[in-house]
Every structure is written in structure tokens, then in C-alpha cells.
Design a protein around this ligand. Structure first.
Ligand code: IMP
Length: 424
């Protein structure tokens, strides 16, 4: 029962879309297990670029089925728009995309509450993507959420929505001083989704477990990154789900024993969007160069990403939590024209050097990174497809990473396109 899990090892935006797109050639099913339309997975081929937010990137591979699991929070507007885009590109979606009946829905009030809360927090804002993710998960755990299955019964939907919206309107008006929402308009809008989404809705857990029994290969796709995990990330500057490996089981309903490969996606440098500590952040010309060359602007929000050197302390920590069995190193080409590359191999905290990633944010905010300086390669490596064709300094950089993390690397990405890849 082989399940391969693809997990972001940093703060998201590691380039998972391309890797999932590539690996899904050998998969029968690609399944998304957490997050929502806050994610943006970019895929490039034939000089075209596509961004998917909810539908797994495997949808572009012939013969591959896709699942949006129970752990995902679904914005019906976003998912229907995406289905339309995929169809227009000439790909069949019906019969191939399976949406969990147990997944929770993002409602318009989730976005409103999030916006009001972020404004209210002011300087302490998380810097969220504004897609209603946090409030939707809050409702899930408060047991007041609306699930996909609720769309199928108008009376249940109406009853649940009225209760939920009375509460949300009271909060919006009385706590945040925001405008209240029109209950009837939202009921009408969501009742309409029922017809459109119905062909895709199913018991995805039953479907996945049956497929695994039949020996099918499932590729589980995480969104965001391990350092944004609500339990293991840089709380409170995190997302509200579990991008780490455990989220795969709870977000799809598959047994942990079915997982045979856990691929850690490591971008060759670090980036972060939104607020929160970032020990190796560069606010100088190197940071600017990485942003420019790496086109480090959010695929979902367009926000410029904060950039910095690779942080092996953080990566050692996420390797420990996820138990990566192999690494895929992405965007190595972005480091092409640098005279030197720094790698963080330790933190100094209160005068002591440690390789432990602090679990409390106040400590993380004041650590000083210890850097090892490695030579750059000052030549363009974009599109190289064989390890032996890389300059020796680039190969040394890769070896340094896998030796430090004690995990072998199987794939190196040397550009955004499918073919710009080195298989090790
Ligand atoms: P939320 O997921 O919209 O609640 O945002 C919480 C934090 O996670 C913010 O710092 C976001 O910038 C960050 N975040 C959410 N989704 C992504 C992603 O796909 N890539 C990178 N950062 C993300």
C-alpha cells in the first residue's frame, strides 16, 4: 500500500507544485490533505504557467485521479473556478476529481472575520492570506462548521447557516465594529453550489483505502510548509492546519502504515511570507537578488516574499518531525550568480551555540545565526539535467545539505520547467 508524501520543509513556497507534477507521472492518485486556497502551486510547461490553489497538480497528468481530502477547507467559489480553468485547458475533471464529503467549507463570514481580526490585531497581525482559513478551522474545531455534505440538504444547510451567522454577525458588529452579513443572500449562494459540486463529492477515505488495497500508488500533497504547522511551526505565526506528515493521515483518513516515502522539499535558500521570526532573513542586496532572481512573490497574494540563506537548524528540526526519507532540492539555479553562499549551521542564544530549533518564539526572535561560508559558482546552471554537469561548488553545496540532514537527495530542480530537473 504505497503512499508517498510530499512535504514543504520550510515556510512554504518550496516549489512543491513542480515536484508533485513530476512525481505524479508514477502515481495513480494525487491527494491534497490540508490547507485551502491559501496555497498556490505553480506548474510550468510549454512556456505556460498555471497556479492551482485547491485541485492537486496531478490533474494535468493523464490517467491520474485527484482527491481533495477531509482535512482541506474548501472555498466553493475557488474550487469551481479552478475546475473551469482546468476544463478550458482541455483536461477532463469529472470522474477524476473526488472531493471529500467531510471537508469543511470556507464561508464568506470566515473571510470577513479574518479581515476584521487582522485589522484589530494591528502590529501583532499574522499577515494571513485573507482566504478565511483560520476562522474556518476554528469553526471546525468549535463544531459549528459547515461541511460539503451539508450542501446536499437545503434544510440542514439553512438551519446550520442561520445559527452560525447569528453568532458571526454578533462578533463582527460588537467586537470588531464591522458590518454584518446578509444571511439570506449567503444561503441562496451556497444552495447553488450544491448542483455544481455534487458530481465530485464522495467518501474519499473509503475510495483511498480501497485503492490502496488494490495496490494503487497514492501521492499525498501537503500545502504550505512544516514551519507553518499549527503545532510545530513558529506559533502564532503559522497557518491553522498540519502540513507535517501526521496531517496526511488525519487529513485523508489513511493509515500511517501505508506511508512508504516521505519527500522533504527543500528550497536552496529560505523564504517566508507574512510576519513572524526568520533567523536567516537578508535585508541587504543578497536578499534583493534572491527575490528578483527567484521571482519570490506570492502565487496567491502577490506579496513579496522575505528572503534569506538556507537554515539547516530549522531543516534539521523539520527533518526530525517528518522523518524525511529523501530530499528534493528546488531552485538551485537561483543561486547561480552569487560569489558566496552562506548556510546557517547553528544558532547563538544567550552566548551559547546550539543546533536546537527553539520551540518558543521569543527565543527564536533573538537567536543569532552561525554561518558557514561556501563558494558560489558564478555560472548559470539553469536547465542542467545531469548531476555531473553541475559545477563542483554546486555539487559540494548539495552534499553539504544532505550530509548535515543525513537524508539522501533524489531530485534537484534547476529551473521551473518539468524537464529542468536532475534525478539522482
Ligand atoms: P493563513 O494560512 O492564510 O491563515 O496565513 C497564515 C500564515 O501562513 C501567513 O504568514 C501566510 O503568509 C502563511 N501562508 C499561508 N499559506 C501559505 C503558502 O501557501 N505559502 C507560504 N506561506 C503561506
Amino acid at each position: 500500500m504505497p503512499v508517498t508524501v510530499v512535504i514543504g520543509s520550510q515556510w512554504g513556497d518550496e516549489g512543491k507544485g513542480k515536484i508533485v507534477d513530476l512525481i505524479s507521472q508514477d502515481a495513480d492518485i494525487v491527494a491534497r490533505y490540508q490547507g485551502g486556497a491559501n496555497a498556490g502551486h505553480t506548474i510550468c510547461w510549454d512556456d505556460k504557467e498555471f497556479v492551482l490553489h485547491l485541485v492537486p497538480s496531478g490533474i494535468f497528468q493523464e490517467g491520474v485521479d485527484c482527491v481533495i481530502g477531509n482535512g482541506v477547507v474548501i472555498d466553493p467559489v475557488a474550487v469551481l473556478k479552478e475546475i473551469e480553468m482546468i476544463r478550458e485547458l482541455g483536461y477532463e475533471v469529472e470522474g477524476r476529481l473526488h472531493i471529500s464529503h467531510n471537508a469543511h467549507l470556507i464561508m464568506p463570514y470566515h473571510k470577513k472575520v479574518e479581515e476584521a481580526r487582522e485589522n484589530w490585531r494591528d502590529a501583532g497581525a499574522i499577515g494571513t492570506t485573507g482566504r478565511g482559513i483560520g476562522p474556518a478551522y476554528v469553526d471546525k474545531f468549535a463544531r459549528t462548521g459547515i461541511r460539503v455534505v451539508d450542501l446536499l440538504d437545503r434544510d440542514v444547510l439553512r438551519k446550520k447557516l442561520i445559527i452560525s451567522m447569528e453568532e458571526k454577525n454578533a462578533i463582527l458588529q460588537n467586537v470588531y465594529g464591522a458590518e454584518k452579513l446578509d444571511v439570506e443572500a449567503i444561503i441562496e449562494e451556497y444552495v447553488e453550489f450544491d448542483k455544481l459540486i455534487d458530481p465530485y463529492v464522495t467518501d474519499t477515505t473509503e475510495y483511498l483505502c480501497r485503492s490502496l488495497k488494490e495496490g494503487k500508488h497514492v501521492l499525498a500533497e501537503g500545502a504550505q510548509g512544516s514551519l507553518l504547522d499549527v503545532d510545530f511551526g513558529t506559533y502564532p505565526f503559522v497557518t491553522s492546519s498540519h502540513p507535517t506528515v501526521g496531517g496526511c493521515c488525519t487529513g485523508l483518513g489513511i493509515p500511517p502504515t501505508s506511508i512508504t516515502r516521505i519527500i522533504g522539499i527543500v528550497k536552496a535558500y529560505s523564504t517566508r511570507v507574512g510576519n513572524g521570526p526568520f533567523p536567516t532573513e537578508l535585508e541587504d542586496e543578497y536578499g534583493e537578488e534572491l527575490r528578483k532572481t527567484g521571482n519570490e512573490f506570492g502565487a496567491t497574494t502577490g506579496r513579496p516574499r522575505r528572503c534569506g540563506w538556507l537554515d539547516l537548524v530549522a531543516l534539521k528540526y523539520t527533518t526530525m518531525i517528518n522523518g524525511f526519507t529523501e530530499l528534493a532540492i528546488t531552485k538551485l539555479d537561483v543561486l547561480s550568480n552569487l560569489d558566496k553562499i552562506e548556510v546557517c549551521t547553528g544558532y547563538v542564544v544567550d552566548g551559547n551555540t546550539t543546533q536546537r530549533f527553539p520551540s518558543d518564539i521569543r527565543t527564536l526572535e533573538r537567536v543569532r545565526p552561525v554561518y558557514e561560508t561556501l563558494p558560489g559558482w558564478n555560472e548559470d546552471i539553469t536547465g542542467i539535467t545531469r548531476l555531473e554537469d553541475l559545477p563542483s561548488t554546486a555539487r559540494d553545496y548539495l552534499t553539504f545539505i544532505s550530509d548535515f540532514l543525513d537524508v539522501p537527495q533524489r531530485l534537484i530542480s534547476s529551473g521551473p520547467k518539468r524537464e529542468q530537473t536532475i534525478l539522482v
